[in-house]
Structure formats: C-alpha cells, structure tokens
Ligand binder design. Sequence first.
Ligand SMILES: O=C(O)CCC(=O)C(=O)O
Length: 258
Amino acid sequence: MGFALKHVTSADDVRHHLQQDGVVVIDNVLDGDEVGTLRALLDAEIECDLAAGTLFRDQGDCNERLLDIVCRHKAFRDLVEHPLSTAVASAWLKPRYRLSSFGANVTAPGSKEMFIHADQIYVPAPWPAYPVALNLIWALDDFTLERGATHFLPGSHKSDRGPDTTRIYPGTVPILCKAGSVVAMDARVWHHTGANTTVDERRAALLLYFVNWFIIPQSDWAAMIPPELRDDLSPLMLELLGFREKASMHLFEQFDGM
Ligand SMILES: O=C(O)CCC(=O)C(=O)O
C-alpha cells in the first residue's frame, strides 16, 4: 500500500505525526480572506522586485523567490507569531527556538523540478537523533501536482544525513493540499518543489523556517531589521529574531537536571 499523507485540523498531534512521518498537513489554518490578503501582498512585493530588476528567479528561471518577507509587511510577521506556528515550533524544537528565515517561493508555468535536499543540509552528518529545525510551508494556492506541489520521500526523516542532491530518488510523493493549509516538515525530510506544468497557474508558498536556539539563523536579522521596525516588534518576535539574547551562558540553567 502507498504512503497516505496525514491531514489534521489543529496543532495538537502535529509532534506525533512529525515523529511518525516527518510531514503532516494542518488544513484550514487561514480562511479565504486571509489567504487573499497575503496573496495580494505577495504579488505586490514580487511586482516591486520585478520593477526594480531585483526579482530572484530559479528552477529554469521561472520560479519567483523572495528571500525575506519579515521586513516587508506586518501580515507576514503575524504568521511567525501565529498560534499554529508557536504551538508547533515550541512542541518540536525544545526547549526554545529561533526564526532562521522566512521567504516565499512561487512556481510559475515552466518552473522545473527543484533538486532534492533536506533543509538541515548544513548540519554535519551523522545528524543527531532529535529534531533541530522545522519548516512550516504556508500554502497560498492549492498545491496540485500540475502546479508543482512540494514532493517528499517518505521515511527519509529517519535518515542521519541528507540526500545526494544530484540523484533522482524513486518513491517521492506530492504533498497535495488546499490554499490556507500549512505543511509542517521536519528539516531532516528529503524533499523538493515539483515542476509547474500548467499553462497559466502559479503556486505560492511562504516558507517559515525555525531552528533550535543553538543554530545560527540563515538570515542576519540584526543587519536586516531597521531600528524603526525593531521598536515595533513584540517581545516574542524580538526573542525569535535573537534580539533578546546575545549570549548563551545564562541559558545553561535550563539544563539543570537533564
Ligand atoms: O516551495 C517548495 O515547494 C519547497 C521549497 C524548498 O524546498 C526550498 O526552498 O528549500
């Protein structure tokens, strides 16, 4: 029998499903209005980069990517602090976690399949047997096979290293879900974006990537966040971006008795 991807409707059992399968879809996290607002904001940002000649493209030069959306709009920052994000990240990345990066990946007609990889590829192998990072993929369009749904290799989260990124691995399955869903993925999972074979349909995903507190984030938040924005950030956001802790010595007290 083939692999059956689990869909749930709350954060309650996400940790269990991640341990079991490495990937789980949380359906209906955002309603249609919220998806519409985020989609419009994302499109406007892409237009802006396009006009400025700075839009980053990959996968056959068709995929549209924004490497950081934290600084672009509060609606994006709100997803970092969304109850679903905090519930899943704090359950998965104990005892504390940080925001590593938050970007967007939009497949467009002609986008080629991405190379297979794991999001913690920078962690030296053999990987520890506990999770160190988490990807929350926010679907702003329905993820269909034709639009280039993310694919993953079932069982790969049990591996202690990443794939050979130049190889094709048989047995990957597409993650099909509706706009407004969130795909929670253990960073050990081997996965890739699918090819977009449609004539005129795009597939927008927001990639919210958290790491355990002892990993250096992919984004240099101190350099990226302007002072006026920093003054507006919540205590949680400041913590997730690393502004509240600049040294780790005092954190050792949390390991008492471990
Ligand atoms: O957008 C997707 O389907 C996944 C993207 C991805 O795996 C990545 O950017 O590392």
